[in-house]
Design a protein around this ligand. Structure first.
Ligand code: M6R
Length: 357
């Protein structure tokens, strides 16, 4: 039930801190350490390459998952769109592990890949919010995202829950390989939950940003580099899905290879700046678009921010910034949808779970 909330989406955005705390409590052992089931740990350890398969928002979580597993657990990972992998399967390594990410566990495109992968005899792990679902039953192993039912068509809490679980999977796989961690994963996730709360308390500021930048526009671009690029893709999907504003996410460095031609006087460009090693470069991209008339909105991480940034996110561990950076984008999309009088929870032409190919 949505209780006093006007929409499920808003309620589900607000539930994110709780979901992260729930995940921590489900996955930590009595010593406060992350421990996953032994068979999952062994499968991760045995794999020479990991293939993440998913669609939509879950695909965007998979992009972040790739980065988490590669940096923390030092395993090569490829993330693929399920419907593409289905008919255009790349050569796979000798000992692959397939990871399916799906909120519903019923997405037909992902299931198609799972069926093929099982025929080939490869191991499969499903990360899902619905443990009894098809993708969960048909895979060898399941990790539950514990986000609670997600009703709004636009996925919010399932996405952050997927990334949180992927971070724990990466940590567990690192431990299995005796890779030293230079951070405390549980502590850092708790900080994420606290920062999420602070962000959810900033609704008025984000509603104002939504009004100032998106009220009259027909399109909007999101730019970022490294993990901010992945979060930008998700921000664009949220915005287009529920407000029908044409929105695209781009890698900052790709702008000059074509996209910048789309910038006109007043085009809103939402730029994410949460990554230290690319902070100067993304700010350079902002200058490039501003010089061509764009209306840039910079969302940065505390410590990397400039004086005139439109919104600053409190600091979290650099690996976990996508979990918090998406929240302003979810809220900006929510208010854009609301201001345009759209059906926030049930956007046109869309179903909550896509069970046909
Ligand atoms: O249930 P799944 O995670 O497999 O669903 C995948 C996509 O259909 C889903 O994420 C979709 O993109 C959402 N509507 C995005 O908000």
């Amino acid at each position: 039930e949505k209780g006093t909330y006007p929409h499920y989406m808003l309620k589900e955005i607000d539930e994110q801190p709780l979901v992260i705390r729930n995940i921590i409590s489900k996955y930590q052992d009595e010593n406060g350490e992350v421990t996953l089931a032994e068979d999952i740990r062994n499968a991760m350890k045995a794999a020479d390459r990991i293939y993440i398969i998913a669609a939509g928002t879950s695909y965007h979580a998979g992009l972040v998952g790739k980065q988490l597993i590669e940096t923390v657990a030092k395993k090569p990972v490829e993330t693929h769109i399920a419907s593409e992998f289905l008919y255009n399967m790349p050569l796979v390594s000798e000992k692959p592990l397939f990871i399916f990410i799906s909120q519903s566990g019923e997405t037909a495109d992902s299931r198609g890949v799972l069926v093929n992968v099982k025929k080939l005899g490869y191991p499969a792990l499903t990360i899902t919010n619905v443990p009894g679902s098809t993708l969960s039953r048909e895979a060898d192993f399941t990790l539950h995202t514990f986000a609670g039912p997600e009703i709004a068509v636009a996925s919010t809490k399932a996405y952050t829950a997927q990334m949180a679980v992927l971070s724990l999977l990466a940590v567990d796989a690192a431990k299995a390989q005796e890779i030293e961690l230079d951070f405390d994963p549980i502590k850092e996730l708790s900080i994420v939950a606290t920062v999420m709360e602070a962000l959810c308390d900033q609704k008025d500021a984000l509603e104002k940003i939504s009004r100032d930048f998106l009220n009259v526009t027909r399109n909007c671009f999101f730019i970022g580099r490294a993990s901010d690029y992945y979060v930008g893709l998700e921000g664009a999907l949220k915005l287009k899905e529920i407000s029908y504003i044409q929105a695209e996410g781009f890698a900052g460095g790709e702008l000059k290879h074509g996209t910048i031609a789309l910038i006109e006087e007043g085009t809103p460009v939402i730029a994410l700046a949460t990554q230290k090693h690319v902070n100067l470069s993304i700010r350079g991209n902002v200058k490039e678009v501003a010089a061509r008339g764009a209306n840039p909105c910079i969302i940065s991480l505390e410590g990397l921010n400039s004086e005139n940034d439109q919104f600053v996110i409190p600091k979290v561990h650099e690996y976990l910034t996508p979990l918090v950076a998406v929240i302003p984008l979810q809220l900006i999309a929510y208010y854009a949808s609301l201001h345009r009088g759209c059906d926030v929870d049930k956007p046109r032409n869309l179903a909550k779970s896509v069970t046909v190919e």
